[in-house]
Design a protein around this ligand. Sequence first.
Ligand code: AMP
Ligand code: TRP
Length: 329
Amino acid sequence: MKEQKTIFSGIKPSGDLTIGNYIGAISQWVEMQERSNCIFSIVDYHAITVKQNPDDLRRRVLDITKIYLAAGINPKRSIIFQQSTVPAHTELAWILNCSGAYMADLKKMTQYKDKAGDKEEAISVGLFGYPVLMAADILLYDTQAVPVGDDQKQHVELTRDIAKRFNNEYGPIFTIPEAVVKKEGARVMSLLEPSKKMAKSDGSANAFIALLDDPELAKKKIMKAVTDSGTDIDYDPENRPALANLLTIYAQLGNRQIPRLVRDYAGKGYGDFKKDLGEVVGKFLTEFQTKFNEISDDDAQAVLEEGRKQAQEITEKKMTQIRQAIGVR
Ligand code: AMP
Ligand code: TRP
C-alpha cells in the first residue's frame, strides 16, 4: 500500500471565519483527509500577535473546532488540536529563530508589511516572528503538504528555506513541505473592494460573509456587493474582478462549474444572478449552521483533548531528535 501523505494546516482564532476561509482552506482539507494523515490546528499563539480579548479568544477556539467538525473534518481520521496546548510549537519556534530564520527574509513577508505599515517601532516581536512559529507548526509533523489559501504561499516558501538551512547545519531532520493551493477559490475577494482579499478583520461587515452570519443577512450582503460595469454575466477576472469573484463563490458553494454558470445566465442580468447567488449562499449557510448547532461545547472540548494527546506524542518524539541534534538537554 502506498504510504499516506502527512498534511498540516491551521487557522488563527482572531475573528469570525468567512466563506473565504472555507472555500480557500477548509473545503480542501475535507477532501484531503480521505487519502492522507491530516493534522488541523487552531493556532491561538498566532492570534495573540495582535491584541485579543481573552474571553473572546477562548470562545473562538471552541467555535472554530465546531466549524472544522461541521465542515466534515472527521476527528477519528484527522487530528484536531489547539496549538497552545502542545508546548513543542513554541519551543521549536525559538530554536528556528536561532537557526534558520533570518531577519531579512521576515522583513519581506507581505502579511507582515501589510500589518506593520510604516510604524515598525510599535510592532511586537511576535508579529514579526509569526512565520517562524508557522514554520515550527509545519515542520514538527514531518509535513509534506500544507493546504492553504493563496496568501499563505509565501509563508510556506519561507518554511522550506528555514528547514533547508537547519538541515544543512544539523543533518536531515526536517521534511521539506509544499503548499497546496486550489486552482479556483484560493483567494476569495471582498464583496465591496474586489482588489482586496475577503478578510474576517475587515472593518466593513458588508465586505465579507461569515460562516455564522444569519443566512438572510448574507443574502442582503450579496445584493449590496459591487459589480463591474457591463450587464451580461461573463467570467473575466482581469477586467471584471467583482463579477469573477461572485461567480467563483457561486461555483464553490453551489457545486457548479463556472463555464456552465456563464452559459446558464446568458441573456440574464446582474439582478437575477445575484438573487440566485443569494439563495445558494443562504442554503449553504443554513445547512452548515444546522450541523454547527448540533455540536456542543463539551463535544468540541473532547475532540481538542484527544487531538492534544495525539499531537503531544508526535511532537515529543520529534523534539527529542531536534534537541539531540542541536546539543541541548
Ligand atoms: P486566517 O484566517 O488568516 O488564519 O487564514 C486561514 C486560512 O484561510 C489560510 O489558509 C488562508 O489562506 C485562508 N483564507 C483566508 N482568507 C481567504 C480568502 N479570502 N480566500 C481564500 N482563502 C482564504
Ligand atoms: N498563518 C496562517 C494564516 O494566517 C495560519 C497558520 C499558522 C498556518 N500556522 C500554520 C497555516 C501552519 C498552515 C500551516 O492563515
